[in-house]
Design a protein around this ligand. Structure first.
Ligand SMILES: [Zn+2]
Length: 262
């Protein structure tokens, strides 16, 4: 059995009907999946979608692209966290983080502020965090360091990790899981390939990030990524780790269950 730890199949413009996506995932051995919120309304959608299907869980959070210093967002996020009907389906805070890739993104100050506030919420609720960090690891480590005398452990995963070996090692040193997706199957960058190969298996999680990042060998053949394609990502990575398909499925599923208490 496999788990898709990061997908966006709940979004209103996702082109495949929920019933079909879940059935296809099931037929591919992908028994559980986590729908990831990126802002307040999207987080609500993720919870609503998850509540319709036994196998689906949700995370809630405000992505750095929406870090516009609007205090109301945090208040509404807290509302979602405290709503008792959400408790069974809510397994994480995320995706939250820092993203400096686009020049029109909210300022680094606003991004850091919102990230800190959301880490604080995760700590208060003892939830793991799904981090989205792009071209911003130096500042990201600083934000985490601001919690270092806190005494509580920040648990989580660095999602869609494609950064340097140094930042991989820093993430591992801090106890984070590392999540890989279709990029691991199609990158031609040798530095990136050797980085992927050096992720310790006991810290590896698999994700599709559907609808984006269709893995090989399906790339170019289908239009939309979906949780069923975790199978291709597992198959490709099993050869890197010299494991059988079942072995990599077992280990990554156990890792996901441990982090998200699935
Ligand atoms: Zn995502």
């Amino acid at each position: 059995m496999l788990i898709d730890t990061h997908c966006h199949i709940h979004e209103s413009d996702y082109p495949i009907h929920g019933d079909d996506v879940i059935e296809r995932a099931h037929n591919a051995g992908v028994m559980q999946m986590i729908c990831i919120g990126t802002n307040i309304s999207d987080s609500q959608l993720a919870i609503d979608f998850a509540s319709k299907y036994d196998r689906v869980f949700a995370s809630i959070g405000v992505h750095p692209h929406y870090a516009d210093n609007d205090g109301d967002k945090l208040r509404r996020l807290v509302g979602l966290l405290y709503s008792t009907e959400n408790q069974q389906k809510l397994v994480a805070i995320g995706e939250i983080g820092l993203d400096y890739h686009y020049s029109d993104s909210p300022s680094p100050e606003n991004q850091s502020k919102l990230l800190k506030q959301q880490i604080e919420l995760a700590l208060e609720h003892d939830l793991p965090i799904i981090f989205h960090v792009r071209e911003a690891y130096d500042d990201f480590w600083k934000v985490l360091d601001s919690f270092k005398d806190d005494g509580r452990q920040i648990r989580g995963v660095l999602h869609c990790f494609t950064d340097t070996i140094d930042n991989l090692n820093e993430g591992l040193r801090r106890g984070f899981y590392i999540s890989v997706n279709g990029i691991s199957t199609f990158t031609k960058d040798n530095v990136q390939k050797s980085m992927f190969a050096s992720i310790p298996i006991d810290k590896l999680l698999l994700e599709t990030d559907a609808p984006w990042l269709i893995p090989n060998p399906l790339r170019g053949k289908v239009k939309t990524n979906e949780p069923a394609f975790i199978r291709e990502i597992a198959e490709f990575n099993s050869t890197i780790y010299n494991l059988s398909f079942d072995e990599i499925a077992d280990v990554t599923t156990a890792n996901a269950r441990k982090l998200f208490k699935l």
